[in-house]
Design a binder for this molecule. Structure first.
Ligand SMILES: [Zn+2]
Length: 476
């Protein structure tokens, strides 16, 4: 592998081919089905699929026998499947998604979710980094290998359109395409985060999630608050009381002891190393307002809080008028959408049951309390890296970034990894991504850090190369 030539190829291809297409992709408001129930009628998902298909198909001319199929199971989001033949009998599965999070408020002047803006190293707009770039980076990496005549195994690129809704369509596709996908010995997922822009970051775990909507109802209709307060309990107070059953409102620690797991010693060690490498970035990557301080002083503790401990966020509320429309009314009900992140190795269904039990038992003041939540999603914990892969990751980081790789859990979830981990227990996983400091996937001002996109692409090329070149391949 000629490193300079790889860099040159990837850099030029990103500028000339990838960025113009991602720019068009950012303009499409193809929100995931959970945020656009009429996604099929609106046709934006179809626009995004067409855009990526239209870009990818001509690239495949470089690979004899390669196919691209838009797979459509009835009533489900579409899926792009690209099959690129290679040497030997082995398969690498590369994964990304094309659906997007909703707009969110708070975009800075001149920026917006469906408005691509390039400023220096950054391309702003929804979905560029999460996770539109994935299909482009995968094909670019394979083209870069081709350009240097470097052998690799067969590669299957799978781009789904339901990830931001919890990938509920994906198991059906994985079953439907079981024969076609085969048995991958390496999975590369390009939908994760990075601690900084200076090295290759591998995700060692993902948290699970238990989410649901909690409603406390005290009246059949709103009444004058001056008339009723002191007789009718406030639904907000009762809601607050219920939430305090699962979360300590002082420290933010989760009170339900069965939502904790024993953190593996290796992961504690890696969290310390990650905290050391990151320094203040552990904290500075978030746009803290004013004098707001983080939840702990110790940075390694913050890393573990974010990756291995349960934590609650209230992500939506209902039952309230906007302040400018609020009269003196004791409101009939309060609703809060609760999103509880779970340790990677905890079973989500059991966590959900425990949460429900705590919230619904013995309603305060006998109020009507309902918790509406489904099964939740379990997290994922990476299997031990094979020695060849650990060496390849180190080399790839050194060559692409000029620094050693780093390992850290992620606080978010990628449901597909849990599914794959169960289906292919012997498979090796590389989960990485471009969501670094302030890149703000899901929030306002999301951006794609272009140099990192290029370097991650180089790293993928190197890992796919090393996968084929590894000792003992085909022994299985
Ligand atoms: Zn994503």
């Amino acid at each position: 592998m000629d490193t300079a030539r790889l860099k040159q190829f990837v850099g030029t291809f990103w500028e000339d081919s990838i960025l113009p297409s991602i720019t068009d992709y950012i303009r499409i408001p193809n929100k995931s089905p959970a945020f656009d129930a009429q996604w099929a009628e609106h046709g934006y998902m179809e626009d995004a699929v067409k855009l990526m298909e239209g870009w990818a198909r001509p690239q495949l001319a470089a690979f004899p026998g390669a196919t691209l199929e838009v797979v459509r199971l009835p009533g489900r989001t579409p899926l792009i499947l690209i099959d690129i033949p290679g040497e030997g009998h082995d398969t690498v599965l590369l994964y990304g998604h094309l659906d997007k999070q909703p707009e969110m408020k708070g975009w800075s002047e001149g920026l917006g979710p469906w408005q691509p803006v390039r400023r220096d190293d950054k391309l702003y707009g929804r979905g560029g980094a999460d996770d539109g770039y994935a299909i482009y980076a995968c094909l670019c990496a394979l083209l870069a290998l081709k350009e240097q005549n470097i052998a690799r195994a067969r590669c299957v690129v799978m781009i789904e359109a339901c990830e931001e809704s919890g990938s509920y369509d994906l198991p059906y596709y994985v079953d439907h395409l079981k024969e076609k996908i085969g048995q991958p010995s390496l999975v590369v997922c390009l939908d994760s985060g990075c601690g900084d822009w200076d090295r290759l970051w591998l995700t060692t775990s993902l948290r699970g999630i238990a989410a649901g909507t909690l409603t406390v109802r005290v009246l059949t209709e709103g009444v004058h608050s001056g008339d009723a307060s002191g007789i009718v309990p406030s639904s907000f107070r009762l809601l607050r009381q219920l939430i305090s059953r699962i979360e300590d409102e002082g420290s933010g620690a989760i009170k339900l002891q069965d939502l904790y797991v024993q953190i593996p010693p290796q992961r504690i060690e890696q969290a310390k190393q990650a905290a050391h490498v990151l320094g203040d970035t552990v904290i500075d990557r978030y746009p803290f307002a004013g004098t707001t301080k983080p939840m702990a002083d110790e940075k390694a503790e913050l890393v573990l809080n974010r990756t291995w401990r349960p934590q609650l966020a209230v992500i939506g509320m209902d039952g309230y008028p906007a302040p400018e429309n609020a009269g003196n009314v004791l409101l009939p009900y309060s609703t809060a959408k609760l999103s509880l992140r779970l340790p990677p190795t905890l079973e989500a269904r059991a966590a959900m049951a425990s949460m429900r039990k705590a919230l619904e038992a013995d309603p305060p003041n006998g109020a009507i309390v309902e918790f509406d939540g489904k099964d939740g999603q379990s997290g994922w914990h990476a299997p031990q890296l094979a020695p060849w892969l650990e060496a390849a990751v180190a080399q790839a980081s050194q060559d692409a970034f000029g620094q050693p790789a780093a390992y850290m859990g992620e606080g978010g979830s990628i449901p597909f990894m849990g599914m794959l981990g169960e289906k292919f227990p012997d498979t090796q996983f590389v989960i990485t991504g471009v969501l670094g400091p302030h890149s703000n996937a899901h929030g306002p001002n999301e951006f794609l850090h272009i140099p990192t996109g290029k370097r991650v692409t180089e790293a993928v090329a190197r890992l796919v190369m090393a996968h084929y070149a590894r000792a003992g391949r085909g022994a299985k």
